[in-house]
Design a protein around this ligand. Structure first.
Ligand SMILES: *[C@@H]1O[C@H](CO)[C@@H](O)[C@H](O)[C@H]1NC(C)=O
Ligand SMILES: *[C@@H]1O[C@H](CO)[C@@H](O)[C@H](O)[C@H]1NC(C)=O
Ligand SMILES: *[C@@H]1O[C@H](CO)[C@@H](O)[C@H](O)[C@H]1NC(C)=O
Ligand SMILES: *[C@@H]1O[C@H](CO)[C@@H](O)[C@H](O)[C@H]1NC(C)=O
Ligand SMILES: *[C@@H]1O[C@H](CO)[C@@H](O)[C@H](O)[C@H]1NC(C)=O
Ligand SMILES: *[C@@H]1O[C@H](CO)[C@@H](O)[C@H](O)[C@H]1NC(C)=O
Ligand SMILES: *[C@@H]1O[C@H](CO)[C@@H](O)[C@H](O)[C@H]1NC(C)=O
Ligand SMILES: *[C@@H]1O[C@H](CO)[C@@H](O)[C@H](O)[C@H]1NC(C)=O
Ligand SMILES: *[C@@H]1O[C@H](CO)[C@@H](O)[C@H](O)[C@H]1NC(C)=O
Length: 657
């Protein structure tokens, strides 16, 4: 009680920190539920003899009765995750059972099994011995299902069973206020708005209580229905109260590659950097003596991956960039540098890293002088140089910068295919990968704007009906690598291509009826089937994967133009690339304060443009082709020169034509 009133007075004393007093802009687009106690939204289908199946939706009162073997599939209207409980009114036999099965996609609705968490078989239903009598039934927390949209309730005996409540305690993003986003995005196109928010929500669902990580229990081979495989989640994967994993249903593990996309999308939406810090710390906690970081966090087998090793280092940079947490960086700097050293040990006399540890994002043939690995290494070296500067540790600077230069020269000499305007995957293939080419742009391996433009054009010309292909992974569309492709088109100054890829690929992922209409799938096939080439078992595919949330950060950073160039935005650059969007309003916060930009356009020029950055920060504005003067709220005026203004102080600025 005393605690309660202390809390209340604290909240009253600091009204700006309470969400009740501070409306989140565009809150109506947020897909996260307002309560953690959820009931089904609708009845999807009924099988057998069931009375009043709709009684269990919207807690409408009344009860649902199963007469003998029968089932009802309920739809929660969006992908959710949590622990099911049911309230039984009566069961006509002590042998009665009620089971529940879960699936994210409508493709795997079944009264016999869930979709899958392993690469074979289907997961077992959860069974409740309701013949024991009336009352509330639930399972141990390790049987919370991380992601599902459809819940099938099945009665498997001849008994008559009445139920008056089915409820799911939502477990995603634990110990957070699910709708208190720190960031927002709005533009003139509804599809793009919905995609931004579905990306944000995908990361919330993939953020879990770290004591409920995947226990990797159900890898059983060759299971056929009705036989099913057991599953549960009780492995502790990180410290703390929550952590970002790759996917909500599975793997429910810390995967550094996935985080390279998820972390930035979290930074601009929920702002839950805490979850990314616990995840990163769990990776650094198991760094090897030689500096190597793991392919994935505990309890994943000890596999070596060159690229995922590098992704952990990228995660450390991003975490520092958006949090501005210098103390954290200082405490991990020694480990970070040892990580860079381990990566450099693969660089040979050609100047390129020769990759012998081939595990990557499940693409095939990742080895030798691979372009993706070398582009990522170069990207990491540039980040390392920046961090060294921030910490005034230049001990390795000369070496790192020389190696980065050599990678660039050697990659262009050995791997560039001038005829096709793309890099080869390695020296002994004619395959042009998506990953290596998009990363080459992101890492600035290209030597001219013209070369960058050619890659963007060549990638664009390969798009199919369902998105951008990743031929290095067979017939795969990878929302992970396509997330980087979005950035690559923006960096090539082709914002309309980036928008078109969002509409095409994420529009498909959001709206197709086999999807959840709320979260993004981890991978699928170029022919639109929901088969992900690396997996043999289609029900295994995850429909909520953090690595598929690239549009969320890309839209805020590039379309909205909010670029942080120093820790927590100590310095920034406001450089909108609207493409054909006519209205954008976006913002997010760091510990230094809020960053936001709003503009309207007509016929390709700004009719309104304003932005806000925190006091005590400084930065540049670039609005190519625009004339006018920027006016700050406190009376400063700065004329744009060739569309550019540099060295502006933080504040609210508005373009006056
Ligand atoms: C519906 O019932 C039939 C017969 O019991 C069964 O074969 C089928 O799998 C059930 N389908 C669902 C979706 O429950
Ligand atoms: C119903 O399912 C329970 C739990 O798996 C099982 O023990 C029971 O034998 C099943 N009953 C029938 C009639 O299939
Ligand atoms: C599973 O099936 C494959 C193909 O039929 C077979 O090669 C393999 O030995 C089987 N595995 C087990 C554990 O039975
Ligand atoms: C997780 O649950 C399984 C199945 O009940 C159990 O055997 C195992 O000991 C549990 N592990 C932990 C770490 O609690
Ligand atoms: C958890 O925290 C302890 C104490 O700081 C640390 O030694 C350990 O490595 C951490 N473990 C993980 C998985 O982050
Ligand atoms: C080189 O690239 C091709 C195409 O991706 C791949 O098949 C091959 O395995 C790669 N070489 C190595 C050594 O990984
Ligand atoms: C990479 O290293 C392996 C192992 O030392 C070697 O067999 C292979 O020839 C090297 N590849 C290249 C392209 O140098
Ligand atoms: C990219 O590399 C070129 C040299 O090829 C250099 O002039 C340019 O400044 C680099 N761009 C960035 C953003 O570092
Ligand atoms: C922008 O371009 C897309 C197609 O690339 C089109 O569907 C959309 O209507 C355009 N928006 C405006 C405002 O012209």
């Amino acid at each position: 009680m005393a605690m309660q009133s202390l809390l209340t007075s604290l909240l009253l004393a600091t009204p700006l920190l309470t969400t009740a007093n501070c409306k989140v802009p565009y809150e109506e687009y947020i897909l996260a539920p307002s309560s953690r106690e959820l009931v089904p939204a609708s009845v999807y289908q009924v099988n057998g003899s069931v009375t009043d199946s709709a009684s269990l939706i919207h807690s409408s009162g009344g009860s649902t009765t199963f007469h003998g073997q029968s089932s009802v599939t309920y739809d929660f209207g969006r992908n959710i995750g949590g622990r099911v409980s049911l309230n039984v009114l009566s069961a006509s036999s002590p042998d009665a059972f009620i089971g529940v099965t879960f699936t994210e996609s409508s493709m795997w609705i079944s009264s016999e099994a869930c979709d899958a968490t392993a690469d074979s078989g289907r997961d077992s239903p959860l069974w409740f011995p309701v013949g024991e009598g009336p009352g509330k039934y639930t399972k141990d927390e390790k049987y919370a299902r991380g992601a599902f949209r459809y819940l099938t309730v099945v009665s498997n005996t001849t008994a008559t069973v009445s139920i008056n409540n089915i409820q799911v305690h939502y477990t995603g993003a634990p110990s957070t206020d699910l709708r208190a986003y720190g960031g927002y995005f709005h533009c003139n196109e509804e599809l793009i708005n919905r995609i931004w928010y579905a990306g944000a929500y995908t990361n919330q669902l993939s953020t879990i209580d770290p004591v409920h990580g995947n226990s990797l229990v159900s890898d059983v081979e060759n299971v056929t229905l009705p036989e099913t495989v057991p599953w549960w989640s009780n492995s502790t994967i990180t410290n703390g109260t929550r952590t970002i994993t790759d996917g909500a249903k599975r793997d429910r593990l810390v995967w550094p590659g996935d985080m390279s996309i998820a972390l930035e999308s979290i930074a601009v939406s929920t702002g839950d950097l805490y979850s990314t810090r616990t995840a990163l710390e769990s990776l650094f906690a198991i760094q090897k003596a030689d500096g190597r970081l793991p392919y994935a966090g505990h309890p994943f087998p000890d596999t070596v991956s060159y690229t995922y090793h590098l992704h952990s280092l990228i995660g450390a940079f991003y975490y520092h960039q958006y949090s501005g947490d210098q103390e954290w960086l200082i405490s991990y700097w020694h480990q970070y540098k040892r990580g860079v050293e381990w990566a450099l040990s693969s660089v040979d006399a050609t100047g390129l890293a020769n990759v012998t540890a081939s595990a990557d994002w499940l693409r095939f043939g990742m080895g030798a002088h691979n372009i993706e690995a070398n582009a990522i290494l170069s990207y990491v070296l540039h980040q390392a140089l920046e961090l060294g500067q921030a910490l005034q540790d230049q001990s390795e600077a000369e070496k790192w910068s020389q190696i980065a230069d050599k990678i660039k020269t050697a990659a262009n000499k050995r791997l560039w295919d001038g005829n096709n305007g793309l890099y080869y995957d390695n020296e002994t293939t004619t395959l042009h990968p998506q990953d290596g080419n998009v990363w080459a742009i992101k890492a600035n391996l290209t030597q001219s704007d013209e070369q960058t433009a050619r890659i963007s054009t060549s990638l664009h010309s390969r798009w199919g009906t369902y998105g951008a292909p990743a031929p290095e992974a067979g017939k795969t569309v990878s929302p992970f690598i396509s997330g980087v492709e979005l950035q690559a088109h923006y960096l090539a100054n082709q914002p309309d291509r980036a928008l078109d890829l969002i509409r095409l690929q994420w529009g498909f992922m959001l709206n197709d009826p086999r999807m959840t209409q709320s979260t993004f799938i981890e991978g699928y096939s170029t022919d639109g089937s929901l088969h992900y080439a690396p997996y043999t078992n289609d029900p295994r595919v995850s429909h909520a994967h953090g690595w598929s949330t690239g549009p969320t950060s890309a839209l805020t950073f590039f379309a909205g133009g909010l670029h942080l160039t120093g820790p927590a935005g100590a310095t920034w650059a406001i450089v909108p690339q609207p493409g054909n969007l006519t209205f954008v309003d976006t913002g997010f916060s760091t510990r230094r304060g809020s960053f936001s930009a709003t503009f309207r356009r007509d016929g390709g020029s700004y009719t309104e443009f304003s932005f806000t950055t925190p006091g005590g920060t400084s930065g540049d504005v670039r609005l190519p082709g625009t004339e006018g003067t920027l006016h700050s709220e406190d009376g400063r005026k700065v004329k744009l020169l060739n569309g550019v203004a540099t060295g502006l102080q933080g504040g609210t600025w508005k373009l006056v034509g």
